[in-house]
Design a protein around this ligand. Structure first.
Ligand SMILES: [Zn+2]
Length: 261
């Protein structure tokens, strides 16, 4: 069956996740689109000095694309910038976090599976990073929101095994079982990590009430580290892989010691 040229044209908003050079002067991009999920596209002549489109398709840019369906890769025919996020290119910490979001979306979503909620989460998180909001809070909100949206919501409110209400004491978080364990069930996963009362409260508040309700909370360095470890471990379990961006972010943060603020 053949399609007319008009049938092969479409338009979608997209966020650039990954860029690599291809051939003499082209680039292949992985983008997350509003209407078609994650797709790979080709930008012909993007590396030429006079390219009309190349400069607009930088990392984490949000753009409106016109595309033509190709045999292997869809071809970009025009680009309009929606959000360029210029501050992400001058703030190394914000850039590292944006790279983390892009890697998670790239690795945890399937090709051409539409998911507007993932798009909105990524779009709003990049804008908040660009606006200079504390990347640590944005990142935890992004990670938890992405996990929930993709169907991997961790059980934070009750024991994931016996459903008993959790006592207000340090409890263990099991990545393998997907949530908190009560004292009686703690032995079911020897690798489960202990979370302080404050770390548990932070994650519950974030899950129940969103970013606005945690932005004023100032977890200690120790509590931040606990939350980082729990989220990283669960992401690695869900993704069945390590994430480069988690290693980079970990290296960027000084290892805190218990009790440090
Ligand atoms: Zn239990």
């Amino acid at each position: 069956m053949t399609h007319s040229f008009r049938d092969r044209l479409y338009r979608t908003n997209a966020i650039v996740l990954q860029i690599r050079d291809f051939g003499e002067a082209d680039r292949i991009l992985v983008v997350f689109t509003q209407g078609h999920g994650k797709i790979s596209i080709i930008v012909k002549g993007a590396r030429k000095a006079r390219s009309r489109m190349g400069p607009y398709l930088d990392y984490f840019s949000e753009v409106a694309l016109h595309l033509t369906r190709g045999r292997d890769l869809d071809v970009v025919t025009s680009v309009t910038t929606i959000h360029q996020h210029p501050n992400l290119r001058t703030d190394i910490d914000a850039f590292g976090h944006a790279a983390h979001f892009a890697e998670l979306v790239r690795d945890l979503t399937q090709e051409r599976q539409e998911n507007p909620r993932v798009y909105e989460l990524l779009s709003s998180s990049l804008s908040l990073l660009n606006d200079g909001i504390d990347p640590w809070h944005i990142a935890r909100h992004f990670e938890l929101g992405l996990l929930i949206t993709l169907g991997y919501s961790p059980q934070l409110f009750r024991c994931v095994t016996c459903q008993r209400d959790l006592d207000a004491v340090p409890n263990r978080f099991s990545s393998g079982l997907g949530g908190m364990l009560c004292d009686l069930c703690a032995g079911q996963d020897p690798s489960a990590m202990l979370l302080s009362i404050n770390a548990q409260k932070y994650l519950r508040t974030l899950s129940r009430s969103g970013l606005g309700s945690v932005i004023g909370i100032k977890p200690s360095a120790f509590e931040r580290n606990e939350i980082n470890q729990a989220m990283s471990s669960y992401l690695r379990h869900v993704g069945e892989r390590d994430f480069n961006s988690l290693r980079v972010l970990g290296a960027m943060q000084r290892a805190p010691t218990p009790g440090a603020v």
